[in-house]
Design a protein around this ligand. Structure first.
Ligand code: URA
Length: 425
């Protein structure tokens, strides 16, 4: 088998055979297919798609590229959630300890930023001392002791996805249903969770810009999970505007801690609770009350223990970027649009994300929002604060925000989107 014939098959809109898929994933994992060849194949898949059987085989090949984990020795049912990626999507941070506080074990293997979307590990790494890389034994230890762990997938778990994920991030090949579905589900199936809740984002800040594509992605992933014996449910959720009031690593950790303390923005709390209820339900813990666990401090207690168990100091001061720039409202009226993609790209340009796969991220970089769509604003009031260690990036970030903020005349009726748009099981 040779890689050029595989690329040509997909370039010419053909179907990849099982043998071609198994071979190319194995050869790429072993370094026998070069990054530029895999980029070409990823682009051909993005442009020409894959059918369900190809996606299932691609996913199986990615699972087979590494080891599988087994949580059956844990005394609690396992529940995991995965988001397809959004702007200001810090939900995993409060959610994992919250669901653990309600009695499930949450083995949350997370990723880094992808394109304009933030990554859970990048966010948590802004906590001094916190370690994303745990051995399997350490991960099991934290799960057993605390009930929740958020860490990088070990090198042995779906290594094909690890390489491909980093490559897609820098080659414009993220937004493809077959590649997203197989990337997410190969990790989750190899991880061995008993149940999985998928948060499939829809809107400008999501990889799926419209509802039909998001529903197709959700159905594809639910099908893959169910076929592998994982109880899988998906929620389609709104990503037309950022979640909460922050986008950026340390900024989002701060907001997550507010949620765990019983406060925080209403949309973040609502989505955290909706996903927690789905996870607990899927894990068979129907009587648990996640809202109570936020109120009574038990979720916060689990957060503190989880951060400490991974070397972090939950009381440490979080990094703050060296420079700030305030964007003010250009007119008085009602804020009717704050575009998630514009904010995500601006935060990324400020240093919250990476342009090349080996780039570091800035812990303090990002955007604070001082108003949400539907709020009344007065000309000159602060709307956004941009944070970065590299002020030469302000202009570049401001360009991304052009057209991303809409202020309509006072009295304009604003109908907010519901956060949860649809449930697919
Ligand atoms: N999250 C993943 O793990 N993979 C993708 O491809 C997109 C989001």
């Amino acid at each position: 088998m040779d890689v050029i014939s595989v690329i040509r098959t997909k370039r010419d809109r053909g179907r990849l055979s099982d043998e071609q898929i198994d071979w190319v994933i194995d050869a790429y994992t072993k370094g026998q297919v070069a990054d530029e060849q895999m980029s070409a194949l990823a682009m051909a898949i993005l442009l020409n798609g894959m059918d369900r059987a190809e996606i299932a085989r691609w996913t199986a090949a990615m699972i087979a590229s590494g080891e599988r984990m087994d949580f059956s020795s844990l005394p609690r049912p396992t529940a995991d959630k995965h988001s397809t990626g959004g702007v200001g999507d810090k939900i995993t941070l409060p959610l994992a300890p919250l669901v653990a506080a309600c009695g499930a074990a949450v083995p949350q293997l997370s990723g880094r930023g992808l394109g304009h979307t933030g990554g859970t590990l990048d966010k948590l790494e802004s906590i001094p001392g916190w370690r994303a890389l745990l051995s399997n034994d350490e991960m099991m230890g934290v799960l057993r002791d605390v009930g929740a762990v958020i860490c990088a997938a070990g090198d042995g778990l779906a290594p094909a996805d690890k390489k491909l994920y980093a490559l897609r991030d820098v080659t414009g090949t993220v937004e493809a249903i077959p590649l997203i579905a197989s990337s997410i589900m190969s990790k989750k199936i190899a991880e061995g969770t008993g149940s999985l809740v998928l948060d499939v984002k829809v809107g400008s800040g999501a990889f799926m810009k419209n509802r039909e594509d998001a529903a197709e992605l959700a159905r594809t992933m639910v099908g893959l999970g169910t076929d592998h014996g994982v109880k899988t449910v998906a929620l389609l959720t709104d990503m037309s505007t950022p979640l909460g009031l922050t986008a950026g690593n340390a900024l989002e950790v701060r907001e997550s801690v507010e949620v765990l303390a019983g406060g925080g923005p209403a949309d973040v709390v609502e989505l955290t609770l909706a996903l927690a209820r789905e996870m607990l339900d899927a894990a068979g813990l129907k009587d648990a009350d996640p809202a109570k666990a936020l109120r009574d401090g038990s979720a916060m207690d689990h957060w503190r223990r989880m951060i400490s168990a991974q070397g972090g100091d939950p009381d440490a001061t979080l990094p703050v970027a060296r420079e700030q720039h305030v964007v003010t409202a250009s007119a008085s009226g009602v804020l009717t649009g704050l575009d998630a993609y514009a904010v995500g790209v601006a935060a990324w340009r400020l240093g919250a994300g990476r342009a090349r796969k080996e780039d570091p991220v800035q812990a303090g970089a990002g955007i604070e929002m001082h108003a949400k769509p539907g709020d009344s604003v007065t000309a000159g009031q602060p709307l956004l604060t941009l944070h970065t260690d590299t002020p030469e990036r302000f202009d570049y970030a401001l360009q991304a925000l052009e057209g991303g903020v809409t202020i309509s005349p006072s009295g304009t009726e604003f109908k907010p989107q519901p956060i949860v748009l649809e449930r697919i099981a």
